[in-house]
Design a protein. Structure first.
Length: 283
């Protein structure tokens, strides 16, 4: 179920934070519950994906150690567990919020399609990954019944594209010297480093621009009763540049969650960004 990957679901908390409800207990409880349930949903999808990819995973230096690929868990038992888990969690989401249920169903549907064939389609593969992060934000909006602002969806989508493109680039570099039959992700046979570098440059610029436009927006300044949110821009710039540094200079970036767990400057920067944002809007 890859619990280390559940850190991606922190995007569920974004609507609560940016709507200034981060200090209200009811909002915190609902967001935490949604985080837990959606993490179980993503865990169930990871199992389904590992079942489909078991043969390819056995050729990968790290993925070959996953329980299904390594033969530690049978396909039947994994499939039954995944199905029962997803069914149980969907029933729980239906009792909490109908929109939460619909978003979860769509997430499961699009990820099943991704596991089956969308991940073999160039450009579509990274856009589906980015869509998954947008759906996480929409879960946070749904469970707390908040107003959905377009900026947060746009910024989330662009940031997720940035992360997905770097992940593809690092995967491509790692397998460049392998024989084609040993490459587990077929889109890597079509992508090339120059193309990915250009796409990363575009996603980097657009992500920064979207955030700067957000903090300078008169509507946002009026909502938060401050015109000083631009002070948070350096933290966003540092975070993106730090990620690029770790990817291009250190060869990391294939696993975004690993960077969050292991790179102290990156983690501290995230904490400082959120802290400064909260201080500015609460001042």
């Amino acid at each position: 179920m890859r619990p280390k990957q559940w850190v991606k679901n922190v995007f569920i908390f974004a609507p609560m934070i940016f709507s200034l409800h981060m200090f209200q207990l009811d909002f915190i409880k609902r967001s935490l519950l949604a985080f837990f349930l959606f993490s179980l949903i993503t865990g169930g999808i990871y199992i389904f994906n590992d079942i489909l990819d078991r043969e390819k995973d056995r050729l990968h230096p790290q993925k070959k150690n996953r329980p299904i690929a390594a033969g530690q868990v049978s396909i039947v038992s994994a499939g039954i567990f995944s199905t029962l888990l997803l069914a149980a969690v969907l029933l729980l989401t239906a009792t909490i919020n109908r929109d939460f249920l619909y978003i979860s169903l769509f997430y499961i549907f699009i990820n099943i399609l991704y596991s089956m064939f969308l991940k073999s389609m160039v450009i579509i593969d990274i856009m589906v990954i980015a869509l998954g992060f947008v759906l996480r934000v929409m879960v946070g909006v749904a469970v707390n019944q908040l107003v959905l602002y377009p900026w947060i969806l746009i910024s989330t989508f662009l940031l997720a594209l940035f992360l997905a493109l770097i992940k593809r680039r690092q995967e491509l570099i790692k397998i460049q010297n392998l024989n084609p039959e040993k490459i587990t992700r077929k889109t890597l046979l079509i992508y090339n480093v120059n193309l990915l570098d250009q796409m990363i440059s575009i996603s980097t610029a657009t992500t920064l621009i979207s955030y700067i436009m957000y903090v300078l927006s008169p509507e946002v300044q009026q909502k938060f009763h401050t015109a000083k949110l631009f002070y948070t821009v350096p933290f966003v710039i540092f975070g993106i540049f730090r990620y690029l540094f770790l990817s291009y200079a250190k060869g990391e970036g294939e696993s975004p969650s690993e960077i969050i767990y292991t790179d102290l400057p990156f983690t501290i920067n995230i904490i400082l960004w959120v802290s400064v944002f909260i201080l500015l809007v609460k001042h």
